[in-house]
Write a protein that binds this ligand. Structure first.
Ligand SMILES: [Zn+2]
Length: 232
């Protein structure tokens, strides 16, 4: 059977969603929802030996392309748009097994993408861990009296990705002494002094900082002294 082609899809079988009610030139069934034009006559898909194909609507480009590649027999489905005066592609007809293989390939791709994202997330987590470890080491170098647990907590808090905290700033990333000290001071202020309680009770921030400054200095002095234990 010689199949017609249209100028829009040269070399491809074209199946039409008819706008008018048509009957099959072979078996006389009708009206046909899909037909193949041969020598100007409409044929149903069964008579055109296309009855075993399944319709895949347009929309998923990758799935369509792969179904097309996998299918040894396939057809483009078009419908005439009167307003635009042209045929528009509605989808494709492909073998069911080909569609299944194409779907499997698309799923494998999605799985590969998911694995890559997970791999990248693990890489970021490891970089974060390395950074927090370096931050901790730098805290302990500058403040040898700081308890290990406190140093790790301060580093972890300062290093939280996307937090905008000191650890994520440019100075923090290169672990400048100023950035590390700022993170330690902030932690001491909140944990070792009544700073937060003062703020909550309505004391202005500069006044609260002035009142707790001696306590902060005491802690920092203790932590700076190597070997000295601080019971914090
Ligand atoms: Zn027929």
């Amino acid at each position: 059977m010689a199949f017609p082609t249209t100028p829009r899809s040269p070399g491809r079988l074209v199946v039409v969603q008819p706008l008018k009610r048509k009957r099959c030139a072979g078996c006389r069934r009708g009206p046909l929802s899909l037909l193949l034009l041969e020598d100007g006559a409409p044929w149903c898909l069964a008579c055109a030996d296309l009855g075993h194909l399944v319709f895949l609507p347009r929309g998923d480009t990758a799935l369509t392309r792969r179904s097309w590649e996998e299918s040894s027999l396939s057809a483009v489905v078009v419908r005439f748009n009167r307003r635009k005066s042209r045929y528009e592609r509605q989808g494709v007809l492909v073998e069911a097994a080909a569609l299944a293989r194409a779907e499997a390939r698309c799923l494998a791709d999605a799985e590969a993408r998911r694995r890559r994202r997970a791999r990248e997330a693990r890489g970021r987590a490891m970089a974060d861990e390395r950074f927090a470890a370096a931050f901790t080491a730098e805290i302990l170098r500058l403040f040898p009296g700081c308890p290990d647990g406190r140093a790790r907590a301060i580093a972890a808090h300062a290093s939280v990705r996307g937090s905008g905290r000191v650890g994520r700033s440019a100075a923090g990333r290169v672990l400048s002494e100023g950035a590390v000290t700022a993170a330690v001071v902030a932690a001491v202020r909140h944990v070792d002094t009544p700073y937060d309680r003062l703020l909550m009770s309505g004391v202005a921030r500069y006044e609260a900082r002035r009142r707790i400054a001696p306590s902060v200095e005491d802690v920092l002095r203790t932590w700076r002294g190597a070997g000295e234990e601080y019971a914090g």
